[in-house]
Structure formats: structure tokens, C-alpha cells
Design a protein around this ligand. Structure first.
Ligand code: FAD
Ligand code: NAD
Length: 465
């Protein structure tokens, strides 16, 4: 068995792992990364990137369909559109392939050694990897577990046949006429909306009493309205029971306790993600856990010296940019730099239609934390750019501490607001006050102008409302 020794071993080449390895390589650390499938992890191969590609396809198709139906208010007409989903999926796969190659090139540039295979801990310093050419042992001074997450499978609704996970949904080459989505969270609503825009009849079954329970109802209101307009039926307080006897749909228990069968060509199950630790040999380590997730401290250290964990395997928020930031930090810690997790916010975006963004504290969270608040909200209905894009639904909201006027949180819902997350994140991270935001000139006409307007509203002198 060939043996490799290195200073840093990273297990898993998702956004957490590959960023950690690249930064470590840049810092001159002798680094090895092990990946059992494809470079880029869930995010690049079956998550963020492919889902946003298919969301784009759906948006373009809907625009064409609206023009064909004479539904645009500005007089655009066109012939009836047709969508070749096979070609759309091939286009999406091409983007993924380009990014896979890009990650490989970046790792090579940083002089990181890539080992393909499944890693398993033998002890806290030794890992065995089953590679195509046989087992290899890797000994390392520091090890980062970045093995990510996988879809939760419901025992009474296992994946297979018509029951699919997000990975299956992103590979469909034929549009399901009727799609039932179990779970009205991030994935269910992002993909459910996209399929509805492409023409599927979509139903969403959500166990809680509302969709996207992570966000407040003011933020989710415009999303619910749009789902209704798209003909999506949302059943809240409903439980999935299992497939129908013929396998042509889903049996559910509705909020009033009645059983109902929902006909479906595909049932998409999106009820959360679980950490990937099976086969990793965790039984050979002594790690403190948070349920099934690995417990970490403010330096992403686990309970064993020299072993770190980053990304989805450490629990919520399961976001690619969090995993990347943790990866970058851990590489610097291994290089001996003084780093700890000191971020004031992690932007969360839901790519529904309209999109939702939230950074820092919501009004409710800020109140619970004991703050006296000043809140300003500015509607896109009063923003010129939003009107010219035919996207007046939604608003920007700024939550600040009364007195100091320090901004504690920023939220928005509206078409295209995902791109505002950069400005929101910077404001929170830099400790901006309401005056800082109100006093920054924002170019006209842009959606971003709603941001200083919301800050001015909180200060009591919004200009355009
Ligand atoms: P992963 O990306 O899961 O990577 C882990 C890697 O480790 C995998 O490649 C796996 O093969 C490998 N691995 C596991 N075990 C082993 C082993 N024993 N040996 C070797 N290799 C191993 N997040 C966002 O921020 N924005 C989005 O828009 C977004 N959209 C999403 C859409 C969908 C449909 C899904 C499913 C997820 C989405 N996410 C999004 C979440 C995002 O994908 C994850 O937060 C992110 O991928 C986590 O990165 P990670 O590095 O922790 O793990
Ligand atoms: P989620 O936690 O966002 O949503 C799951 C939903 O399923 C919840 O609303 C929950 O109440 C519901 N649910 C749970 N069990 C159920 C049941 N038996 N029947 C009906 N409903 C049930 O999970 P997800 O949508 O699977 O996404 C997983 C993770 O991926 C998220 O935590 C998120 O961090 C990440 N993600 C992020 C993005 C993004 O950043 N835009 C996009 C997709 C996924």
C-alpha cells in the first residue's frame, strides 16, 4: 500500500474543501485533497450551479410564453415557445463541466495533490483511501473533514422510480406534467417554482403551517402570491404518507386530518439534508457531535486536536459561501495565522420568484436579543428601475438599533434582489449605521436605491415615499 505524508489533508472537494486546499496551497502548505466523486461537491455538481441554470431556463421560457400569450404590458408578442429539456440539461451539464475543470486547474495551480477515492479514518492522523489503483494511506499533521451533505430520504417514500431528490429533478429530460413537491423549503420552492414556470402543474406539501419557515411572513408573502399566480397549490400543515398503491401519486394527510391522494408523474422530496459521514470511520475517532452533525468551535476545530470540520457536515446554515469562508479560515489557522470565526452575518438567499435575501437579524430576532429598534422599509413599487423591469413586488427592509443606529439586519424580497446581497453583507460586516447607508450615493436608476431609501425611512425622512 503506497503511503503519502503531508501537512494538511482535506477530505471532500466541495466548496468548503476545495477552497481550504487552494488557500493552504497558496500559503505554501503541503496539501492533499481526497474526493470520492467529482470536484466541486454538491454545490457545483448537483446544487447551487445546476439549480440556478435550470431556474434561468424556466425564467426565459416563461418570458417567451408570456409574449406568446400577449401577457406582457409592453406589447411584445411572439410565437408559441417550445422547450427541449434535454438540450437545457445538456447546457447545464456543460457549465458544470467547465467549473469542474476550473476547480481542478485552481487546485493544480496551488500545488495541491488530488487523490480520487473514498477516505476512511484509521486514527486521528491516518486515513485510508480506496482508489482505482488500490488502497492508499495518507498521514497528515492536520485533517479537515469537508464531506458535506446528502438529501434526507423519508423511510416511507424512498428515492427511486417516480420519487426523486433534487439531483434527480435537475437531470430530468422530460417535463413532468404533474409534480408534487414534499417540503416547502429552499430546494422545494426554488425547483418547484422553476418547474411551474416551465409548465408543470405543481403542488407543494409542507408539514409546517407556512412555506419557508426560516423567513418571516412579510418576506415570504410576495413569494406565496406569485406561487398562486403560477397555479401552484400549496398545502401547509400536511404530511406525506407514502406513494399511492399504483405508484401514480402521493398519499397525504391534510391539515384537517383527512387523507387525500395527489396525482403525480414525479414526487420530489426536499425535506432537508443530512451530513455525509457514513463509511468515514468516525468510530475510530472521538468526536463530539451535535445530533448527526460534527460539533465545531469558533476555529472550526473538533473535539480532537488537529482535526477540523467545515461546511454542511457541521450543520446549518448549509450554504456554500459559509463552507468556503470556513475553508479559507481553517487553511490560515493551519498555517499558524491568528484567525477565528468573527463574521457578523452570512447572507441567505432563496432563489424563488421573487427572490428573498436576508443578512443579520430579522426584526423578530433583534427584538428577542433585547434591542430597541428603528426599522425602515422601502417598496419596489416606488423604485423607478423596478418599474422599468416590470418587477414592482417586494421591498428592502433595514433593521437598526435605536440610539446607536447600528444596522443589525437587512432583508429584501423582489426580482433580482440576490445581487443586492453583496451591498447588504458589506454594510453588516463593516458595522454600518443608518447614516452610512443613507449617505452613500447609489446610482440611478437601480434597484439598489431602495437600500438608502429604507435607511432614510428608518431615520424618518425617505425621499421617494
Ligand atoms: P459538499 O458540497 O456536499 O461537498 C462534499 C464533498 O465531499 C462531495 O464532493 C463528496 O463526494 C465528498 N465526500 C464525502 N465523503 C467523502 C469521503 N469519505 N471521501 C472523499 N470524499 C468524500 N447553497 C448556497 O449557498 N446557494 C445556493 O444557491 C444553493 N443551492 C442549492 C441547491 C440545491 C439543489 C442543493 C442540493 C444545495 C444547494 N446549496 C446552496 C447548498 C450547497 O450545495 C452546500 O451548502 C454546499 O455544497 C456545502 O459544501 P460542502 O463543501 O460542505 O459539501
Ligand atoms: P429546508 O430545510 O430548506 O426545507 C425543508 C422543508 O421541508 C421545511 O420547510 C420542512 O418544514 C419541510 N418538511 C420536513 N419534513 C417534512 C415532511 N415529512 N413532509 C412535508 N414537509 C416536510 O431543506 P431543503 O429545501 O431540502 O434544503 C436543504 C439545505 O440546502 C437548506 O438547509 C439550505 O441551507 C440548502 N440550500 C440552500 C439554497 C440557497 O442558498 N439558495 C438552495 C437550496 C438549498
Amino acid at each position: 500500500m503506497t503511503e503519502i505524508t503531508c501537512k494538511l489533508l482535506v477530505i471532500g472537494a466541495g466548496p468548503g474543501g476545495y477552497v481550504c486546499a487552494i488557500r493552504a496551497g497558496q500559503l505554501g502548505i503541503d496539501t492533499v485533497i481526497v474526493e470520492s466523486t467529482k470536484l466541486g461537491g454538491s454545490c457545483l455538481n448537483v446544487g447551487c450551479i445546476p439549480s440556478k441554470a435550470m431556474i434561468h431556463v424556466a425564467e426565459e421560457f416563461e418570458k417567451a410564453a408570456d409574449a406568446a400569450a400577449g401577457r406582457t404590458p409592453f406589447g411584445l408578442t411572439a410565437g408559441a415557445p417550445a422547450l427541449d429539456l434535454k438540450q437545457a440539461v445538456a447546457w447545464k451539464d456543460g457549465i458544470v463541466q467547465r467549473l469542474n475543470n476550473g476547480v481542478a486547474a485552481l487546485l493544480r495551480k496551488a500545488k495541491v495533490k488530488i487523490v480520487h477515492g473514498r477516505a476512511r479514518f484509521r486514527d486521528g492522523k491516518t486515513v485510508t483511501v480506496e482508489t482505482e489503483t488500490g488502497p492508499r494511506t495518507i498521514k497528515a499533521e492536520a485533517i479537515v473533514i469537508a464531506t458535506g451533505s446528502a438529501p434526507v430520504e423519508l423511510p416511507f417514500l424512498p428515492f427511486g422510480g417516480n420519487v426523486i431528490s433534487s439531483t434527480g429533478a435537475l437531470a430530468l429530460t422530460e417535463l413532468p406534467k404533474r409534480l408534487v413537491v414534499v417540503g416547502g423549503g429552499y430546494i422545494g420552492l426554488e425547483l418547484g417554482t422553476a418547474f411551474a414556470r416551465m409548465g408543470s402543474k405543481v403542488m407543494v406539501v409542507e408539514a409546517m403551517d407556512r412555506i419557508l419557515p426560516l423567513y418571516d411572513t412579510e418576506l415570504t408573502g410576495p413569494v406565496s402570491k406569485r406561487l398562486t399566480a403560477l397555479g401552484v397549490e400549496v398545502l401547509t400543515g400536511a404530511k406525506a404518507l407514502g406513494p399511492t398503491a399504483k405508484g401514480d401519486g402521493l398519499r397525504i394527510e391534510t391539515a384537517d386530518g383527512k387523507e387525500r391522494s395527489l396525482p403525480a408523474d414525479k414526487v420530489l422530496v426536499t425535506v432537508g439534508r443530512r451530513p455525509v459521514t457514513d463509511g468515514l470511520g468516525l468510530e475510530n475517532l472521538v468526536l463530539d457531535m451535535d445530533g448527526r452533525f460534527i460539533r465545531i468551535g469558533e476555529r472550526c476545530e473538533t473535539s480532537m486536536r488537529g482535526i477540523y470540520a467545515i461546511g454542511d457536515v457541521t450543520g446549518e446554515p448549509m450554504l456554500a459561501h459559509r463552507a468556503m469562508a470556513q475553508g479559507e479560515m481553517v487553511a490560515e489557522i493551519v498555517a499558524g495565522l491568528p484567525r477565528a470565526w468573527d463574521k457578523r452575518g452570512i447572507a441567505a438567499i432563496c432563489f424563488t420568484d421573487p427572490e428573498i435575501v436576508s443578512v443579520g437579524l430579522s426584526p423578530e430576532e433583534a427584538k428577542r436579543a433585547g434591542h430597541e429598534l428603528k426599522i425602515g422599509q422601502f417598496p419596489f413599487a416606488a423604485n423607478g428601475r423596478a418599474m422599468t423591469r416590470h418587477g414592482e413586488a417586494g421591498f428592502v427592509r433595514v433593521v437598526a438599533q435605536a440610539g446607536s443606529e447600528l444596522v443589525l439586519g437587512i432583508q429584501a424580497v423582489g426580482q433580482g434582489v440576490s445581487e443586492l446581497s453583496a451591498a447588504f453583507g458589506l454594510a453588516i460586516e463593516m458595522g454600518a449605521t443608518l447614516q452610512d447607508i443613507a449617505g452613500t450615493i447609489h446610482a440611478h436608476p437601480t434597484l439598489g436605491e431602495a437600500f438608502p431609501e429604507a435607511a432614510m425611512k428608518a431615520l424618518g425622512h425617505a425621499l421617494h415615499i
